[in-house]
Design a protein around this ligand. Structure first.
Ligand code: OAD
Length: 228
């Protein structure tokens, strides 16, 4: 349980040099998501999918957390145990900034998954279709990423936390992908104060009590400093 639930999306990592999905030049304007982010795409062309995530893994490893990630980590420390970060991001910048209470609902680039036995392990920097599962030896390894059409991770814990929170914030997310886009509604239903922090208004801005617009590295530290 956590009093404060913070949902983050690609916008919080944008100023660390990681691309967003739907902005101008975003990943989904350059890549066909049905080919690289669906189970069907992986069956059709695993090498292409590995190439896509290998590049993103390398990019994430070269990047560093920014002032928004650090502000959230500091907030968690001050509020000991009261802050849960639910991230749609597959990078590890929250953890590298010092956050400990983080749920990756869309998986993590740093993990590999066996499609045959569901074992998970630390992903090598470069994954290939020839890799074998260290547990069952099947040549069925894939990035541990939740693709379109798959069920996000940790939903029970997230729903529990939302059902009991008093503050909900969404940072750097366009509100176009469900179920995350619906979290604000769940938080509103229990009377939580809902704040959106984003570069521009999202698809679900009108569901929030407060909308703060600007770059994450500016608006997140200033919002946090007003709270503590
Ligand atoms: P999007 O690319 O859809 O949205 C990013 C949001 O961040 C947009 O609303 C931008 O305006 C905002 N933004 C950009 N730069 C920013 C900055 N410097 N400071 C603050 N905000 C900024 O990314 P997500 O909402 O995270 O899923 O996308 C959700 C999911 O869709 C992803 O997890 C991914 C994607 O398809 C999967 O791959 C399964």
């Amino acid at each position: 349980m956590a009093d404060i639930v913070i949902l983050t999306g690609a916008g919080i990592s944008a100023e660390s040099g990681l691309g967003t999905f739907r902005d101008k030049d975003g990943l989904w304007t350059r890549f066909d998501l049905s080919k690289v982010a669906t189970p069907e795409g992986f069956i059709e062309n695993p090498a292409l999918v590995h190439e896509f995530y290998n590049a993103r893994r390398a990019n994430a490893q070269e990047s560093s957390p920014n002032a928004a990630h650090f502000a959230l980590a500091e907030f968690e420390k001050r509020k000991s145990g009261d802050v849960l970060i639910v991230t749609q991001n597959v990078d590890d910048l929250h953890e590298r900034a010092g956050s400990r209470n983080v749920l990756h609902m869309h998986g993590q680039l740093s993990q590999a998954l066996c499609a045959a036995c569901r074992a998970t392990w630390t992903a090598p920097l470069v994954m290939t279709p020839e890799d074998r599962c260290p547990d069952c030896d099947a040549p069925s390894t894939r990035p541990d990423i939740v693709w379109f059409g798959e069920i996000p991770y940790h939903m029970e814990k997230i729903e529990d936390a939302l059902s009991d929170c008093r503050l909900f914030a969404a940072i750097g997310t366009s509100g176009q992908v469900w179920p995350a886009a619906g979290f604000v509604e769940a938080a509103r239903m229990v009377g939580a104060h809902c704040v959106e922090l984003n570069l521009e208004r999202s698809d679900v801005s009108d569901r929030f009590d407060e909308v703060r617009l600007g770059r994450a590295t500016d608006i997140v530290p200033s919002w946090i400093s007003g709270l503590v």
